[in-house]
Design a protein around this ligand. Structure first.
Ligand code: ADP
Ligand code: ADP
Length: 232
C-alpha cells in the first residue's frame, strides 16, 4: 500500500516559490491501477518523483508498505527503490546498448549471478513480446517496442509497484492501446500495483481502477473511473 500523507513540495528559486504539490493525501491500494490525471504543470511528475524518493517532500510523509520513504538514508533508499519500477514518456533507453544490455543493466545493479541474469532477461522479453529483438539497438525499434523494453527493464528486479510517467504520451493511438493492454496483463498476472500519470483522459478511462484529478498541486477529485466520468 502507498500512503501519501499531507505531502507538499515547494520549489524555491532566487526569483520565486512554486508550490508544485499542495497538501496531497492519497491511499493507493495493493494491486490497483491508479491514475493521476491533470494538465501540464498540475504537479503530477513532482508527486511521482516524491513516491520514488527522487524528490523529498517539503512536508508530509509517504509510506510504501509501511516504510517512510521520505526519511531513509542512501542504503535504505536503494533497497526501497528495488521495489519500485519506473517507465518514462521517452523510454530512457541507452542508445549504445542492445535491448538485452539495456535490461541487464538494471539487474547488474542488483548484483545477480550471470546465468540468473540470462534467464531473467529471456523471461522478461517473453513477457513483453520482444524475444526476437534481444540483440537489436533502440534505434532499430518502433516507439511501442522501445516502451516494451522500458517495461521489461522496470520489471527486472520484481518490483511491487510500477510508476508510469506519461508512458504512452509519445505513442500513436493503436500503439498506446497495445501498451495499455500489456500493463493490464502485468497488473493482473503479477499483481503489481500501477500508478499511471498522464494528461490523456482516454488512457485513464482505458486502464485505471481509480483516478485522482490534480490541478495547481491539489487533488480536486478522486474516485473510480465510473464515478468520475459517467455521472452527469
Ligand atoms: P506536471 O507533471 O503535472 O506537468 P510538474 O510536477 O512537472 O507538473 O510541475 C508542477 C509545478 O512545479 C510547475 O509549476 C513546474 O513549473 C514546477 N516545477 C517542477 N519541477 C520543478 C523544479 N525542479 N524546480 C522548480 N519548479 C519546478
Ligand atoms: P510505432 O507506431 O510502434 O512507433 P513504427 O511505425 O515506428 O511503429 O514501426 C513499425 C514497424 O517497423 C515496427 O514493427 C518496427 O519493428 C519496424 N521498424 C521501425 N523502425 C525501424 C528501424 N529503424 N529499423 C528496423 N525496423 C524498424
Amino acid at each position: 500500500m502507498i500512503d501519501i500523507q499531507n505531502v507538499t513540495k515547494v520549489y524555491t528559486t532566487k526569483k520565486k516559490q512554486t508550490v508544485a504539490v499542495d497538501n496531497v493525501s492519497l491511499t493507493i491500494r495493493d494491486g490497483e491501477i491508479f491514475g493521476i490525471i491533470g494538465y501540464s504543470g498540475a504537479g503530477k511528475s513532482t508527486l511521482l518523483r516524491c513516491l520514488n524518493a527522487l524528490e523529498r517532500p517539503t512536508s508530509g510523509r509517504i509510506l510504501i508498505d509501511g516504510i517512510d520513504v521520505t526519511a531513509l538514508d542512501a542504503k535504505e533508499l536503494r533497497q526501497v527503490r528495488q521495489k519500485i519500477g519506473m517507465i518514462f514518456q521517452h523510454f530512457s533507453l541507452v542508445s549504445s546498448k542492445t535491448v538485452f544490455k539495456n535490461i541487464t543493466f538494471a539487474l547488474k545493479a542488483a548484483k545477480k549471478p550471470k546465468p540468473d541474469i540470462e534467464k531473467r532477461v529471456n523471461e522478461l522479453l517473453d513477457m513483453v513480446g520482444l524475444s526476437d529483438k534481444r540483440d537489436a539497438y533502440p534505434a532499430q525499434l518502433s516507439g511501442g517496442q522501445k516502451q516494451r523494453v522500458g517495461i521489461a527493464r522496470a520489471l527486472a528486479n520484481n518490483p511491487t509497484v510500477l510508476l508510469c510517467d506519461e508512458a504512452t504520451s509519445a505513442l500513436d493511438p493503436s500503439t498506446t492501446k497495445s501498451i495499455l493492454e500489456l500493463l493490464k496483463k502485468i497488473n493482473r498476472e503479477l499483481g503489481i500495483t500501477i500508478v499511471f500519470i498522464t494528461h490523456e483522459m482516454e488512457v485513464v478511462k482505458h486502464i485505471c481502477d481509480r483516478v485522482a484529478v490534480m490541478q495547481n498541486g491539489k487533488v480536486i477529485e478522486l474516485g473510480t473511473v465510473y464515478e468520475l466520468f459517467t455521472h452527469p
